[in-house]
Design a protein around this ligand. Structure first.
Ligand code: FE2
Length: 347
């Protein structure tokens, strides 16, 4: 909270007698620091430099009038928040309405009572302090909720890691590949963040698949494969909660859809598959191709790229394949560096 001594008041009036009267009134009743100018155009620059807590602004001045000064202050993000109290001889309703419509905080008609001026200044300072406190509290609570959300996603990610046959390395690499593709597809920052955060949960539904099937090394029967496919729906049911972004649910539910409509669970085609699911689908397959699994050797970078390129328009969205090819070197770097980290952590 600001204390009274720290508060600064900027006074702008073209008439010396008014400036003197306002300044002496404030000095008599408060310990506020006072800065004075007689010209409207000075206020814009001075306000940005000294950031006063309140501006007392005359309306009728030669050169730049009070309404124009107010407009310029409101257009500048650095000064837009400073409360402006218009002090003027204009007593007509239109001027008052115009002052408030333009974002003026208060309006005092001349001749004024000194005590009224002080009370109105104090009110504005108090309101600013409350607003700052409120904004700070909201910011802090939002950060706390973000941290909690992040921790819960990590907890789910860990549960997935301990249950799944996939490694933690795969889960993390899919996160980074997906983030690169989302950025390359020029998605808004918030969408990139959501995709990056929830991509690691794409296979969370495997917690609902029996281990005898999930960890089976021999070829799966048709019935067993049908059971595995249920992980999309199970995952969706796990995270289908208020507050979880729809993009997260789409990733979990649709990441096995294919561009030509031959995927599951919905057999969706083309752009009817949500873009976040199309992105994670490619990221997931790229990493699976490059990784060694009980039932397959790892493919080289060149072989993996070739397989993905050959799936353009069948398995994958051609636009996302292009984004992948544009970032091929980054994908390779992520695979190599995170795989090395994973190997080191097992030693
Ligand atoms: Fe999956």
């Amino acid at each position: 909270m600001l204390d009274e001594k720290a508060s600064k008041i900027l006074i702008c009036d073209d008439i010396a007698e008014n400036r003197k009267l306002l300044a002496s009134t404030i000095q008599r009743y408060t310990q506020y620091e006072i800065v004075i100018t007689s010209e409207g155009h000075n206020v814009v620059e001075m306000a940005e430099q000294i950031l006063p807590d309140v501006i007392l602004l005359d309306i009728m001045m030669p050169g730049m009038d009070g309404f124009e000064v107010n407009k310029q202050l409101k257009e500048n993000p650095a000064t837009a928040h400073i409360p402006i109290i218009f002090i003027t001889a204009l007593g007509d309703t239109d001027s008052k309405v115009k002052a408030f419509e333009n974002g003026g905080a208060d309006y005092i008609s001349k001749p004024f009572s000194p005590k009224e001026v002080i009370v109105r200044i104090k009110n504005q300072i108090r309101l600013s302090q409350l607003m700052n406190h409120l904004e700070e509290t909201v910011k802090q609570r939002t950060q706390e909720l973000e941290s909690l959300n992040y921790a819960l996603v990590l907890a789910l990610e860990n549960a997935n890691y301990y249950n799944d046959t996939e490694t933690g390395g795969h889960i993390h690499r899919v996160k980074y590949y997906s983030s690169i593709l989302a950025k390359s597809m020029n998605l808004p920052d918030r969408d990139v963040e959501v995709i990056s955060r929830y991509a690691p949960l794409h296979d969370i539904g495997k917690v609902g698949i029996p281990h005898t099937i999930l960890k089976k090394e021999a070829k799966l029967t048709l019935e067993e494969f049908a059971k595995i496919k249920e992980h999309s729906y199970i995952g969706y049911k796990i995270i289908d909660l208020p507050g979880i972004p729809s993009a997260a649910k789409n990733i979990v539910y649709y990441h096995h859809e294919k561009w030509d409509g031959s995927g599951y669970p919905g057999g969706l085609k083309g752009e009817s598959i949500p873009i976040e699911a199309r992105i994670v689908a490619l990221a997931d397959v790229y990493d699976a191709l490059r990784s060694e699994r009980p039932y397959k050797k790892p493919y080289s970078e060149e072989e993996s790229v070739k397989i993905i390129e050959d799936s353009s328009g069948t398995h994958f969205d051609p636009a996302i394949i292009q984004a992948f090819l544009d970032n091929r070197a980054k994908f390779n770097e992520i695979f190599n560096s995170l795989s090395q980290l994973e190997a080191l952590s097992k030693e």
